[in-house]
Design a protein around this ligand. Sequence first.
Ligand code: FA5
Length: 374
Amino acid sequence: MSAPNKNYDPVEVTALSAEEVDKAVADALAAIAAATDLDELKAARLAHIGGKAPITLAGAEIKALPPSARADAGKRVGKAKGQVNKALTDRQEELERERDERVLVTETVDVTLPFDQFPPGARHPVALTMERLADVFTGMGYEVVDGPEVEAEWYNFDALNVPPDHPAREMQDTLFAARADGKPGKSGTVLRTQTSPLQIRSLLSRSLPLYVVSPGRVYRNEATDATHLAAFHQIEGLAVDEGLTMADLRGAIQAFVDAMFGGGLKTRLRPDYFPFTEPSGEVAMECHLCRGASAQPGGSPCRVCKSTGWIEIAGCGMVNPRVLVACGVDPDRYSGFAFGLGIERALMLAHGVSDIRDTVEGDVRFSRPFGMEI
Ligand code: FA5
């Protein structure tokens, strides 16, 4: 039996020789340096440090060596692997940096270029306010009704207890439609000056009891300023039932104001005159801009409330029995209340808008903060 080969010299007979290992390292470093992108580097990694790479195969032979030779060979292979791994890591970082720089140049987006996509349209704040107001009343059991903007004088005035020679027709600076035959004289048709004709239309077309609101556009021949427009919006409210009193009117207005504006702004009801309500009142709310400060002695002038401290937002009153009679309703059995509220004025109060003209000038910078509700 032959004795163990104590003289066995691994460096002479295996891939673990210093020359072989140095050559494997040199080949690996050359391939790593030659890699021009991350894919080529991946291929170099596989070829020079993967499972079938010379250095890996050499490492696998260590355990076949006699114990005395293992430490030396192990050190050689470990050092070689360390060199190759370090070169791989450095080149990886270098190539990633180059790639990121390239991406920054080739994929740059010029955000100042004109674009052909536009944001979706948004509802106008006046439309949103009108819907919100109507929602508050539908929450109280009212029904929403609609009517024409080009209206018969009879609905806009006569049936509302405003006879032809009544100064109230002048009060609202009416815009009259021209006659269809082109001849001079009145056509009997107006651009409605108020939403109150809906009182008549509702009373004539619906059964009692009646609780309706009617939002819509109205027109007046008047000069515009910070609180007045020639075309604006109102919401009309009408309740006709047995036993309704002024207390119900006040309650409805209070409930509406609380729901719409939350707490904090005072309201005021003062006697007023409307031919179709008796008694009549004017609802005003504390000025959102100066909150009454301009009305105090020494207060600086307020262009919104003209230093009165209040903005009028609605007219109201108990339905005049003459209106009930004109619509065939028995005033001994039924009574009612009505109110007409300016939408733009409500919008101004709710959102602190100081000039009503902003609502019609069409500048999206005004509309945008109200959101994109569709
Ligand atoms: C009327 O139009 C009555 N029809 C209201 C009414 C209805 C009274 C039912 C009684 C019963 P007045 O002209 O005051 O009333 O207008 C009502 C509201 O519309 C005002 O309170 C105000 O908020 C708004 N308003 C009036 N004129 C303008 C205007 N030029 N620009 C913007 N809002 C206005």
